[in-house]
Each structure stands twice: as C-alpha cells, then as structure tokens.
Design a protein around this ligand. Structure first.
Ligand SMILES: [Zn+2]
Length: 280
C-alpha cells in the first residue's frame, strides 16, 4: 500500500503500556482476572489493584499517531481512509457518518463489552463504538496465519470498521434481537452472515482506496489470503483437527474470500447483502 505521508486519523486512543485499572467492585471475576494476570505477568497481585491508568489524558482524549511509530501511523492512515470512504458513501445516501474510535492496547484492556484481551484478536464493541486492536495480532497474522503484508492488516482494520457501519446503520441491533430468539445453530448462521458482510464492507473500502491510488499490485491478493487464513474451517482444522460447520461464526475461507472480493470489485454496499439467499 502507498500509505506513507498520508493524513492520519485523529480517532486513535492509545492505551499501550497502560496497566489495567480494575473497576471498583470488580467482584469475583475481577479477583480471578487479577490472579490470572498476576500469574501471567509474574507481578504481585496487590500491585495491580486499583492501579489507575498512567495518565488520565490518555484515557479520555484521543490523539493522532505519533510520528516516530510507523505501525501506529499505518493504522492511523488506514483508519483515516476508512473515514473518508464511509463519509462519502453515507453522504451519497443522505446520511452523516460518525466514525469509530480505534483503541490501541497491549495485552488487555477494558471495553464496554467486557475485558478485551490480545488473545481474542481485534474486535469491535458496539456499546462504546470502539475498535480494539493489539498490534501484536499483525505479527500473528503474518507468522501463525501465513498472511503477511500491509493490505492484510488493513483488511483486518476495515473489517472491524465494517462492524461499526453495521452498528450505526442498525443492522447489528436487529441481528442481536434475532439471535436472542434463535437456536444456537441459527444464531451462529446469522453471525456468519454478519461477519461476511463486514468482510464485504472491508472490500468496499478497498475499492475506494484503490480509486484513491492507495493500493499497489498484489495488495488485493494479500487481503484475500488473509480472509482465507481466518476462515472457520481452516482454523478449526488447525486447532481441533476436524470441522463442525454448525459452530461456524465467521464463515469458511471460501466464503470470506468471496465476500471480500465482491466488495473489492463492486465498491457497492448493495453487493454486500449477505442476508438474502445463500451466502454466495
Ligand atoms: Zn468480525
């Protein structure tokens, strides 16, 4: 990607290097977490109790990227480009786009959806409308999942931003209501459709990014390789040695590749209706 020298987003909240300030009344869960954290980090649990974030400003304010940190700059530029894309698409539809905040963290952090940890991978929390990202995931994506490259990383960010778009358009809320009434298998199937739509939205962003001359030859392939690498079937084969389709929540490698490709090729939201008919 040609991202150097481009404008970054002001919607980055940098919590890296912060210790977790446990909420008051953390209860049993908080204590268990404390002990786990303590075991993991080799620190005295008492050190962690009530530790406030190092700087209050860091928790409250959002900042642009630090100039001496290329990885943060990259994330910031990609986020800014998603903002530009979605602002344009929303405007065409007579709507205003309110972008998400992207929280950078290390190891673990609090979100309105509960404690987020690096082990969960990047995630979006609809309750606080923030994307949570531990940059170590990009190393994992390259080394463990075999999907290196900056566009692979950008796809991950754009997928989470896709969930934000689903939230501000009301799709996520409607799905949550449907899933609450559904059986486990039906609920998983709805989750797959939601995830595939986020992949398609990531592709729509890629389409606009290409128009702005942000992409280089080979970038699409990097993204598609990443989408294939994190398909449920491939992940389950790797971790369990067998696949259980009813338990899929994100879609197969083939489905994820297909929907990302659709978004990339068409650049159209209408091509991302993963809820009509089959998932291809
Ligand atoms: Zn997702």
């Amino acid at each position: 990607m040609r991202w150097q020298g481009r404008r970054g987003s002001g919607n980055i909240e940098d919590r890296r290097g912060m210790r977790i300030g446990l909420p008051l009344g953390g209860g049993i869960g908080g204590i268990v977490l404390l002990l786990v954290m303590s075991a993991l980090t080799g620190t005295n649990p008492l050190d962690l109790i009530g530790t406030a974030p190092e700087s209050l400003d860091q928790t409250i304010g959002t900042t642009g990227a630090r100039e001496d940190d290329p990885q943060e700059q990259f994330v910031s530029v990609v986020l800014a480009d998603t903002e530009e894309t979605w602002r344009e698409i929303f405007r065409e539809r007579g709507d205003a786009y309110a972008p998400p905040i992207l929280v950078l963290f290390t190891d673990a952090t609090e979100s309105a959806c509960g404690m987020g940890s690096a082990a969960m991978g990047p995630f979006y929390c609809p309750a606080d409308r923030k994307v949570y990202l531990d940059l170590s995931f990009f190393r994992e994506l390259a080394e463990r999942f075999g999907a290196p490259g900056d566009f692979a990383q950008a796809y991950v960010i754009a997928h989470e931003v896709g969930h934000h778009v689903q939230t501000v358009t009301g799709i996520s809320e409607e799905l949550a209501r449907m899933r609450a009434r559904a059986s486990d298998a039906e609920s998983n199937a709805l989750s797959v459709r939601q995830e595939l739509q986020a992949d398609c939205y990531a592709g729509v962003w890629g389409h606009y990014a290409a128009r702005r001359n942000l992409l280089e030859p080979g970038d699409d392939e990097e993204g598609l390789r990443a989408a294939a690498a994190i398909g449920d079937d491939r992940l389950q084969r790797q971790t369990r040695g067998r696949i259980v389709p009813e338990s899929f929540t994100h879609g197969t490698s083939a489905q994820r590749v297909e929907w990302l490709r659709r978004g990339l090729e068409t650049g159209s939201l209408d091509s991302c209706d993963t809820f009509a008919g089959e998932t291809w």
